[in-house]
Write a protein that binds this ligand. Structure first.
Ligand SMILES: C[S@@+](CC[C@H](N)C(=O)[O-])C[C@H]1O[C@@H](n2cnc3c(N)ncnc32)[C@H](O)[C@@H]1O
Length: 260
């Protein structure tokens, strides 16, 4: 039985945990507090699988790019504590109003995850909670400038170049490593981008940044991008454009899993 989760291996055949590196997820889970309003959110099944597999009850899950709070709600419903950061104060207020903070705490901080000062605040929170560190980090940053999230110049979606993006993202990983328990796990959820006729393998660049910081790569999971109706209406146009040119349409993202 692994020390980092609550599995009962006597019932391993009934486990809901996926163990293959290809995650085809047909539908977004819209139950509970998830409503999918936020453009750029990930589907709840991603944090659910990671939390179940890599944490125990009462562990702390950390998300430095909270967005609409998908990870926070999954942590709460699975009986884990949560700490999250987002650069947009109004999103933090929104998530604060939704978490219940009763049996499991959810600490939400408006701040910049690339800044050490934000992590000094997190260390204070950990001290107040009488905890030394966090047990799982899930990082779902902007995919560089594909979606602009805010006007804040510290927002990773406003970085001026690929290098600036990677430098800033590397700082966020490094800051996270400062609070991640040794031998625990860090996951990066990221997709690639296509610009000026070139495929930019953001996923591989981010993987490289994490490895440069000393993390051990455990898995590369490929996840399909699920279609919504708006996307489906445009699917024919994209297919026509692809056929009349020389590229393939993005249908996948990566979940990069590392051990500290
Ligand atoms: C891809 S979204 C995360 C979505 C989230 N997983 C969800 O399901 O809603 C990226 C988030 O990172 C935030 N962000 C961008 N730069 C940041 C920074 N420097 N520090 C903290 N948050 C940042 C954006 O405001 C945005 O909400």
């Amino acid at each position: 039985m692994p020390f980092f989760n609550d599995f009962n291996l006597d019932n391993w055949k009934e486990s809901e945990i996926w163990t293959d590196s290809l995650w085809i997820i047909p539908e977004r889970d819209k139950t509970g507090k998830h409503n999918g309003f936020y453009h750029g959110n990930f589907i709840p099944q991603i944090p659910r699988q990671l939390i179940l597999r890599y944490t125990k009850s009462n562990d702390i899950v950390f998300d430095p790019f909270v967005g609409s709070g998908t990870t926070a709600y999954e942590a709460e419903s699975l009986g884990r504590h949560f700490i999250g950061v987002d650069i947009q104060p109004e999103l933090i207020e929104h998530v604060k109003s939704k978490v219940d903070n009763k049996n499991y705490f959810a600490e939400l901080i408006a701040g910049d995850s690339t800044n050490k000062k934000t992590f000094a605040d997190i260390t204070e929170i950990l001290n107040k909670r009488k905890r030394k560190n966090i047990q799982l980090a899930i990082l779902h940053p902007p995919y560089a400038n594909i979606i602009k999230f805010s006007n804040n110049d510290k927002d990773l979606s406003n970085t001026k170049s690929l290098n600036d993006f990677l430098k800033a993202f590397s700082s966020a990983i490094n800051n996270t490593l400062g609070i991640l328990e040794k031998n625990r796990y860090l996951a990066i959820v990221i997709g690639d981008k296509y610009t000026q006729g070139k495929w930019i393998p953001l996923g591989f660049y981010c993987l490289n940044e994490a490895q440069k910081l000393g993390l051990t790569l455990k898995s590369i999971i490929i996840k399909n991008m699920e279609g919504n109706r708006a996307k489906q209406n445009k699917e024919a146009i994209w297919r026509y454009r692809a056929l009349s040119s020389d590229y393939y349409i993005f249908k996948h993202e990566y979940i990069l899993l590392f051990k500290n």
